[in-house]
Design a protein around this ligand. Structure first.
Ligand SMILES: C[S@@+](CC[C@H](N)C(=O)[O-])C[C@H]1O[C@@H](n2cnc3c(N)ncnc32)[C@H](O)[C@@H]1O
Length: 433
């Protein structure tokens, strides 16, 4: 069995070692450890391997809290102490910025992190009837598998949502559509927990009755989703508690639909919004563009600062929610929203946005290449704050901002939005040189 010394972790939390010039990715191995491993896939340039034994362990290795860790694909890093996870993500960010973009920030921002357990306010859980295992499974997929993990609790879901996993199995087993329900969405708000049932066939009267009784007993709100996400509608209770999250520092409460994009980790999101606002430093009289604005998570806090804000977003449904949230929070006079596909942004469409003093960019994993390319080399926003969920596309876009666009790469730092997973969220600041 080969033995290797682990140099670093990759973005999927696999330990990296070398064997005769080849990179070997070892599941479950940590930086600094000497491990024995067994390869299960061999390619010309790399190998994938299982950890067989730890010969010399890392001081950052901890006992995973969850009994399902290692099988369930929901978490990848529970065996690594949370502050060491942040350090790993910081390194992934800096390595990507340098190797992909050949850029380095002038300053590393202190990492943003929070409570590492019970943070996950939004999750899609697969549902499947199986002949063994009590009839029904409700959970994340197993690691690199289409099987559903047999989880009875989940340490990253809020405890009351985790406690629903077993009762939901029982409920679903009793429904006529048990085999026609591929997944559910869980969305935890400030006043209620919503469960969206993706159903391929309508419910019968008995199913509906079972859902109502379950909702009353477990204090949840059921939504039904017969087709795409936009078809999700509230089923019971009607009327019911409001589904929203709060940004108390900005005296804001934002309503959402459980299928809308919302930041998964509400407490880290609060810190992220606060940090972003501090970095943007929007002043009364300034005009700020919030690109990929979603339902106004940053747009409305920016408007509270006295600046006027233009939120641009690809989803018409989210823009509609943003407008409603602006009205409900008495900010309608300060914000404008527009629907646009920002992957098709051009110099002309950018110029059509009018004067922009500062810009926030918070794109999906694909990044914002067309946006940064469309910025004029003269004029343009004085400061850009870029919130990213993919260091590789951030690095690519940062390279364009630095040259040819002439921005100085002032600062960057990580945000541990998803503890125990390999996801690296980050924030970066660029100033007109
Ligand atoms: C990471 S989310 C950020 C949302 C928001 N800033 C927030 O904090 O809740 C990315 C957003 O980009 C939007 N989006 C994805 N592709 C887009 C596109 N091609 N054009 C415009 N918006 C897009 C998504 O709908 C989503 O709202």
């Amino acid at each position: 069995m080969p033995i290797g010394v682990i140099e670093s972790l990759d973005h999927e939390a696999r330990g990296i070692t070398r064997l005769a010039g080849k990179t070997v990715f070892v599941d479950g191995a940590l930086p600094g450890e000497t491990v024995e491993y067994a390869s299960f896939r061999r390619k010309p340039n790399y190998e994938l391997a299982h950890l067989v034994g730890v010969l010399s362990g890392s001081t950052a290795r901890v006992k995973p809290r969850c009994e399902h860790f290692g099988i369930c694909g929901g978490c990848a890093m529970q065996h690594l102490e949370p502050s060491a996870q942040v350090a790993v993500k910081q390194r992934v960010l800096e390595d990507s910025l340098w190797h992909v973009g050949r850029v380095r920030p002038g300053q590393i921002l202190p990492p943003i992190h929070g409570e590492p357990w019970g943070y996950r306010h939004r999750a899609r859980l697969a549902v499947r009837r199986v002949s063994k295992k009590d009839g029904m499974l409700v959970g994340f997929h197993e690691w690199r598998s289409s099987y559903i993990a047999d989880i009875r609790s989940c340490a990253v879901l809020p405890p009351h949502a985790s406690a629903l996993l077993l009762p939901l199995r029982e409920l679903f087993a009793a429904l006529s559509v048990a085999e026609r329900m591929p997944h559910i969405e869980v969305a935890v708000g400030a006043h209620c927990t919503a469960l969206v049932l993706r159903i391929l066939e309508p419910l019968n009267a008995r199913d509906e009755d079972l859902l109502r009784k379950f909702a009353d007993r477990h204090e949840v709100v059921f939504y039904l989703q017969p087709k795409g996400p936009d078809t999700a509608y509230r089923f019971y209770p009607l009327p019911g508690p409001r589904l929203s999250y709060a940004l108390p520092e900005f005296e804001l409460e934002l309503d959402f639909k459980p299928t809308d994009f919302t930041q998964v980790n509400h407490s880290v999101n609060r810190v992220l919004v606060r940090r972003t606002l501090r970095l943007l430093d929007a002043q009364p009289g300034e005009r700020v563009a919030d690109l990929f604005c979603g339902l106004g998570n940053f747009t409305l806090p920016i408007a509270r600062s006295g600046a006027t804000v233009l939120g641009v977003e690809g989803s018409a449904a989210l823009v509609e929610r943003g407008r409603e949230n602006a009205v409900a929070n008495e900010l309608a006079g300060k914000v404008e929203f527009a629907v646009a596909n920002l992957f098709e942004c051009t110099a002309e469409s950018m110029a059509a946005l009018g004067r922009i003093d500062k810009m926030l960019i918070d794109p999906p994993r694909e990044g914002a290449l067309e946006v940064v390319k469309a910025l004029g080399e003269e004029g343009g926003p004085r400061r850009i704050v870029y919130v990213s969920c993919n260091p590789a596309t951030l690095a690519r876009d940062a390279a364009v901002l630095v040259s040819p666009k002439g921005y100085r790469f002032t600062a960057a730092g990580v945000v541990n939005m998803f503890p125990h997973t390999g996801h690296v969220e980050s924030i970066a600041v660029f100033d007109k040189a």
